[in-house]
Design a protein around this ligand. Structure first.
Ligand SMILES: Nc1ncnc2c1ncn2[C@@H]1O[C@H](COP(=O)(O)OP(=O)(O)O)[C@@H](O)[C@H]1O
Ligand SMILES: [Mg+2]
Length: 238
């Protein structure tokens, strides 16, 4: 295995990764023997039909789901070797999540939503967290909305707030699961542009799941998920 050779540059290393869900109706093989290497600073896109295992794969990489088989290393750390508390701390420090649906807490303001992952991590002072949260709200273009409740924002603005929240703990890796699926095309492009800016300017590594092939082709690598299997696609013929 090459993980130690390339540890300086490899951020995500998944090897022979499989996930089988046991349901009352039988087993579902959602992810089948997936191998994936993502280097630090890369922007990787994953496309594929509904039900092909994209969300499950992101959840495995983010340590939200335990694999049935296989290994995942994030920044050289073997996730399977961490206990529940260690893994949630590791996740809080290293990984930002942008989920498929609006995931802001409806009863909290934009500022409180953005601060929340950092309050949970309890690593910085309240003042430092608030300062960073305000800076991020400005960075994503939502200045003036700090005290708004999520329902006062448009779908696109809610997604921008979720992006600000994903950045609060200065993650090295952001996992974005169809973050723009329900937005109009113009807003979608604006949100994905912001992710690329963050990738370019702050060297944050991204794994983006999207239905939009044109937007997916903008990444360094394009993968396709089909029936649980992941294959790299040539961007040249898109
Ligand atoms: N928690 C779960 N329990 C049982 N089956 C699941 C669960 N999550 C996903 N699945 C099944 O696993 C397959 C892959 O789902 P998913 O990873 O959500 O795919 P995608 O994100 O590509 O739509 C689907 O058949 C789905 O029904
Ligand atoms: Mg999904």
């Amino acid at each position: 295995m090459k993980v130690s050779d390339s540890a300086a540059k490899t951020l995500v290393w998944a090897e022979n990764l499989s996930k089988v869900y046991e349901t009352p109706f039988g087993k579902i093989e959602a992810v089948k023997k997936v191998n994936l290497e993502v280097k630090k600073g890369e922007f990787v896109s994953i496309i594929g039909p509904t039900g092909s295992g994209k969300t499950t794969l992101l959840n495995l990489i983010g340590g939200l789901t335990v694999p049935t088989e296989g290994l995942i290393f994030i920044d050289g750390c073997y996730l399977g070797g961490l206990g529940d508390e260690e893994i949630s701390r590791f996740r809080g420090e290293k990984i930002g999540f942008i989920f498929q649906f609006a995931s802001l807490i409806p009863s909290l303001t934009v500022l409180e939503n953005v601060c929340l992952p950092s309050f949970l991590l309890r690593k910085r002072s309240k003042e430092a967290i608030l300062t960073r949260a305000k800076m991020l709200i400005e960075r994503v273009g939502l200045s003036g909305n700090e005290a708004s409740l999520p329902f006062c924002l448009s779908g696109g603005e809610q997604r921008l707030a979720a992006i600000a929240r994903s950045l609060i703990n200065q993650p090295e890796l952001i996992l974005a699961d169809e973050p723009t699926g329900d937005l109009d095309e113009e807003t979608e492009v604006k949100v994905i542009d912001l992710l690329h800016q963050l990738n370019y300017e702050e060297k944050i590594t991204f794994i983006l799941v999207t239905h939009n092939l044109k937007l997916a082709a903008r990444g360094n690598h394009l993968f396709e998920m089909r029936e649980g299997k992941l294959t790299e696609r040539d961007k040249g013929n898109l």
